[in-house]
Design a protein around this ligand. Sequence first.
Ligand code: C5P
Length: 301
Amino acid sequence: MSAAVTVRVPAKVNVQLAVGAARPDGFHDLANVFLAVGLYDEVTATPADALRVTCSGPDAAQVPLDTTNLAARAALALAERYGVDPAVHLHIAKDIPVAGGMAGGSADGAAALVACDALWGTGASRDELLAICAELGSDVPFSLVGGAALGTGRGEKLTPIEVGGVFHWVFAVADGGLSTPAVYGEFDRLTAGTEVPEPAASPALLAALRSGDPDALAAALGNDLQPAALSLRPSLADTLAAGTAAGALAALVSGSGPTTAFLVPDEETARKTADALLASGTCRDARVAVSPAPGATVAGR
Ligand code: C5P
């Protein structure tokens, strides 16, 4: 058995988030087109006397270190399933924006699962790991697989999607987070009394991903949670406008927000857009990244 396993895991952006009406269980059926982007957390699992989570990085203070952390819950779920003592130290080197709609917490859950599986030699199959991911949260299975995928159900049932090129992005990080349940609650409030259509993946969007054409992708991006995120955080409209004015092909809220995503044609425009967003004073940070990116991968042991 090795002394430490490090797993690298990407952030995601939802290039389409079609949201249906609330289900009896409170969740919403989705057509959720995930795209993994090259901003990464790393989770290192080391044998310890008891389960412990630590975190480093500029936003580490905002990360819970108790069993509400999906990394801890992933270790506990795997240990229980395989009858292993969950005595492990999980260290999260955090680079993905926290509570930002980029699945940072889900990423850490998927990474911890892969790390503990390798550390403990449990040898869980891919399907078993995906089933545990789905129990941990709707976005966790996608963090495991990466690339691009359509998530249906509450987002956990994945179908891989072909991506024919590299897409360049800028992400504007807002001050403070937004609660995902609160954003879905606001979606319910805003759509109350209206007929919410069945969510379906956009053929134009899937074709744009397949072709690798950023202009086609820009025209097809969509996020049904965006009005709800803007309703709870009206200042995000200023961030979206600043990125569009700077030359982005398209701007949208990432998932439930408050991170905003800007699709740009190339690396140079990405840098210029990031500089303009920072100068606009409408965000706390601006990060440049490319997609697609690989899923949770053992980076060292
Ligand atoms: O699955 P996860 O724990 O990430 O979901 C967080 C919250 O987001 C849920 O408690 C629910 O309020 C909301 N949600 C939803 N429909 C989905 C996914 C999440 O309403 N498909």
